[in-house]
Each structure stands twice: as structure tokens, then as C-alpha cells.
Ligand binder design. Sequence first.
Ligand SMILES: [Ca+2]
Ligand SMILES: [Ca+2]
Length: 159
Amino acid sequence: MRDGILALRIGATLAVLVVGSALGLSVVMAQSGRSDPLLNAGPPVWDANHDGIFTCDEWKKFMEQLFVSGDKGRKGFLTRQEFDSIKKADPSLADADFGYFDENQDGKVSRKEFVEKPSVFILRFDKNGDCRVTPEELKAATTPQPTGGPQERPRDRFH
Ligand SMILES: [Ca+2]
Ligand SMILES: [Ca+2]
């Protein structure tokens, strides 16, 4: 019974997260005009305080929630099957590899192994390494870098 209530609460929390962060990042995406594979499925859902900044701390809390909801019977680890069903929760986990998380290769992903893995999203977009992905960093990553003008051959004026 307690588990049921917990699952409901987590479900509601995740729903709120999805709606809230969709607003913030859609602005960034509209401005950039170019998307990244990691952003194709929409903004990450784990910007817990909806300030448009994605922090390592928020990622860990998100992973913690996923772990609790995925770990049936509170075993303290995820089976491969449980891991696979969790992967649908966030686009940046879609390509997550069980073996990558299961560091000691015992066929289980422990809470620690799961929660302490860095976010692929943060690794990719956190340019200054402060464990925060800001809207500016996202924008910079999805805007084509200036290459010094159009790649045109200089005209030969004498002919
Ligand atoms: Ca945030
Ligand atoms: Ca393991």
C-alpha cells in the first residue's frame, strides 16, 4: 500500500516536471533554430526548479526518483529488465547501456551505480564544467558556429 502511494506521488512529480521544463526550453529551441539529437525529443524533464538551468544535483535527484520507481520490491538494484523500462523516462537515457551503468559487471545496477553516473546531457552541454547547463550554453551548442562568412570562392575581379 505504501509503495502504491509512493509510486503515485512520483508519477505526479514527473508529470509536473515535464510540463514545467517544456516551457523554459522551448524558448531556447525556438531561438536556436537548430536542434541536437539529445534535444529532438524535447527538453529534459529534470529541471526540478524550472529555472532553465540543468544542474548535476537536479540530475541526481531525477535519477534517484527513477531508481526508486524502477526498483520493484526495493531490492537495492535494478535488473536489466527494470533498467530497460526506465530508459524511456528521458531521451538522454534512450541510448543508455546497461553495461555502462553496471560498473562491477555483476548483472545488477545498484543505486550508487545508477545515481552517480554523470548525465550525458550535462557532459555534452556544460561547456565551462560548472555542473550547470545554462540556456546560454544550450543555445551556443545548438547554434552554428561562425566560420568567417559564407564558404564562397572570392571573386576574381580582373576577369
Ligand atoms: Ca534548474
Ligand atoms: Ca553492478
